[in-house]
Design a protein around this ligand. Structure first.
Ligand code: COA
Ligand code: AMP
Length: 627
């Protein structure tokens, strides 16, 4: 007999329209979808083309209307500021409607963009929902990015307003955001009309002519009603790193996204209305958008908003304290968080101090779940440890073990099976046949399911060129992998120049641009090398210009500083190695893939174009060094 997973999966591939028509019932629509999929512009597809709704109504208003007004919507827990605050759905509605009034007063209208550069505080969630309420398009930028990165996003999204706070807080320092925002605007061609600043007690930002004090604006605002938007209207843009330095503006629509959030929260994560759910990530990343904000709120659950780190705030018991205190039913984080805890507390001595009996499942995503982390978490937490694989582009899992549909046996190293809606196939990069079980590009047959990117912001051509051209009729994920004999998917890592540092996705191309700008550098390559804590860290290999002989430590310090200033501290860029030459093809292209392969310990063919074997040996030695 076919299990529930297989049945749902096959139905979703065989009859996607019926499948998603049924799933759409979980959403409150203003105009119910009569058409499900518009394929008239293939390979660009649109879900629910004639439907109308408001995402904020689905995430907030309807729960108050349906009697959940007194239920906590958000539990804000910030050991960094020693603050805790519970916000009910009724209170959230009040905050969001008022802040939507602020945006309206500032002239923000349906379709206008709102950039949000804010830390992990409830006001950030309020800002996102308020933008959705009036049909605007938010673009949240992670606080660890430097002004130049923020500026690139401002120029691409052209926001009418920017929302920020006076500071973000890291354990070792306070980061004043306002000067960063000012610097970013200074660098940008596009000038936003206003910057709204939430003043935190730790820092009071100086306000200039363009700036608006958040609380002042709220106190004079009239709550705004939700507007009805087309299901295909954009809800947000989230920029992510691609192969080149120019970030890609991933577009998320309103209708498909709402359906996918509700469906995945229930079926992938097995969560119900009223459950307490904690996604330990940051709202600046896709995990934060989908599983701190939209999925739990659209589903009427309680979401924990954590402003802290896995260790050091105050100790390696931070996660376990939160689970006990808020009676968390499921946690979702990146493996690097557990590696940080394990490093500090290898025997989980902090864990036994807490009652984590409410915990039923522990989910991981954002990077490969390495076997050590899997074993440690399984051995100490005694709950299912569930890996899921996805990307900013898809917004929700492509491969998972579906806890709410049919929990299946778990295999370490695999995120299990393709999720309903995703026709995942392994394709050969050179269009040859891939033998069963063979490794290749992980591709998804079009159309992608609801909630995934319909395009890149303002750039259909780049969307098609970046994702849909390698294998016509398919979306190319950028990851390589294979299926085993039982149909489990294994994700082996990126096939392009994207790296994953502590669960944060970064482009080595953008780092190379900064490194190459140093006057002593003739050429360079930045590749990801293994790191026990962060999974990968970037390392730059530079060849100096003839006649240059800088002090290596000084050179490294200057380049590291430039990367922090141009990209941001989140790049975790710390190492520059001077090498006599880089491996190249005959036409002079640097063999980054070969270098990555050597660094990963794989048997890559040895590049032949470095003539001097001693030079090659030296490079291989450097690449093989583990950090
Ligand atoms: N604003 C400003 N700076 C930030 C920042 C933010 N929001 N987030 C991180 N940074 C800074 C850090 O302070 C650090 O700066 P430093 O070089 O001066 O020390 C740098 O960016 C690198 O940050 P990170 O890679 O996060 O390293 P870390 O040592 O501070 O913490 C972990 C490491 C593993 C504990 C942390 O990355 C973590 O908790 N990750 C798991 C959860 C997660 O966020 N996953 C993301 C997607 S699911
Ligand atoms: P992001 O867009 O930031 O979510 O990063 C997506 C990338 O992270 C993917 O393309 C993968 O390379 C990697 N990734 C995310 N989740 C997993 C996972 N569970 N296993 C392996 N790699 C993952």
């Amino acid at each position: 007999m076919m299990g529930a997973y297989r049945e749902a999966y096959e139905a979703s591939i065989r009859e996607p329209e019926s499948f998603w028509r049924e799933a759409a019932k979980a959403i409150d629509w203003e105009t119910y979808p009569s058409r499900i999929l518009d394929d008239s512009q293939a390979p660009l597809y649109r879900w629910f083309p004639d439907a109308r709704l408001n995402t904020c109504v689905n995430a907030v208003d309807r729960h108050v209307r349906d009697g959940r007004g007194d239920q906590p919507a958000i539990i804000y827990d910030s050991p960094l500021t020693e603050t805790q605050q519970t916000i009910t759905y009724a209170e959230l509605l009040d905050h969001v409607a008022r802040f939507a009034g602020v945006l309206t007063d500032l002239g923000v209208r349906h379709g206008d963009r709102v950039v949000i550069y804010m830390p992990m505080i409830p006001q950030t969630v309020v800002a996102m929902l308020a933008s959705a309420r009036i049909g605007a398009v938010h673009s949240v930028v992670f606080g660890g990015f430097a002004p130049a990165e923020l500026s690139a996003r401002i120029d691409d999204a052209k926001p009418r307003v920017i929302l920020t706070a006076s500071c973000g807080i890291e354990p070792a320092r306070i980061i004043e955001y306002k000067p960063l925002v000012d610097a970013a605007i200074e660098m940008s061609e596009h000038a936003p009309q206003a910057v709204v600043v939430f003043q935190r007690p730790q820092v009071t930002a100086e306000l200039g002519a363009r700036d608006v004090d958040w609380n002042d604006a709220v106190s004079s605002a009239v709550p705004a009603d939700p507007v009805s938007v087309a299901a295909t209207d954009p809800l947000y843009i989230l920029y992510t790193s691609g192969t080149t330095g120019r970030p890609k503006g991933i577009v998320r629509d309103n209708g498909g996204h709402a359906v996918a959030m509700a469906w995945s929260f229930r079926h992938v994560y097995g969560m119900n209305p009223g459950d307490v759910w904690w996604s330990a990530s940051d709202v600046g990343w896709v995990v934060g958008h989908s599983y701190i904000v939209y999925a739990p709120l659209i589903s009427g659950a309680t979401t924990v908003l954590y402003e802290g780190k896995p260790v050091g705030t105050p100790d390696a018991g931070a996660f376990w304290r939160l689970i006990e205190q808020h009676r968390v039913r499921a946690v979702f984080t990146a493996p690097t968080a557990i590696r940080a805890i394990k490093k500090e507390d290898p025997n989980a001595e902090h864990l036994v101090k807490y009652d984590v009996g409410s915990l039923e499942t522990f989910f991981f995503a954002g990077e490969r779940l390495d076997p050590d982390t899997f074993e440690w978490a399984s051995g100490h937490l005694h709950v299912p440890i569930i890996d899921n694989w996805w990307q900013t582009e898809t917004g929700w899992p492509i491969a998972a073990n579906l806890r709410g549909l049919e929990p299946l046996p778990i295999k370490s190293g695999s995120p299990s099976f393709p999720v309903p809606g995703y026709d995942v196939q392994i394709l050969d990069p050179a269009s040859q046949d891939v033998p069963v079980g063979g490794e290749g590009d992980i591709a998804i047959k079009l159309p992608l399911p609801p909630g995934t990117l319909p395009t890149l912001w303002g750039d259909d051509d780049r969307y098609v060129a970046s994702y849909l051209s390698d294998h016509p009729g398919y979306y190319t994920s950028g990851d390589g992998g294979f299926f085993d004999e039982d149909g489990y998917l294994y994700v082996m890592g990126r096939t392009d120049d994207v790296i994953n540092v502590a669960g944060h996705r970064l482009s080595t191309g953008s780092m190379e641009a900064v490194v190459a700008a140093h006057p002593a550098v003739a050429e360079c390559a930045v590749i990801g090398v293994h790191d026990d804590l962060k999974g990968q860290i970037p390392r730059a290999f530079v060849v100096l210009k003839a006649g240059e002989d800088p002090d290596p430590d000084e050179l490294q310090a200057r380049i590291v500083q430039s990367v922090r200033e141009e990209i941001g501290p989140v790049a975790a860029f710390k190492e520059v190695v001077i090498v006599p030459a880089l491996p190249k093809t005959r036409s002079g292209k640097i063999l980054r893939r070969t270098m990555r392969g050597i660094a990963a310990g794989r048997d890559e063919p040895v590049p032949s174009t470095i003539e001097d074997p001693a030079v090659l040996d030296a490079l291989v030695d450097v690449l093989r060094q583990k950090t």
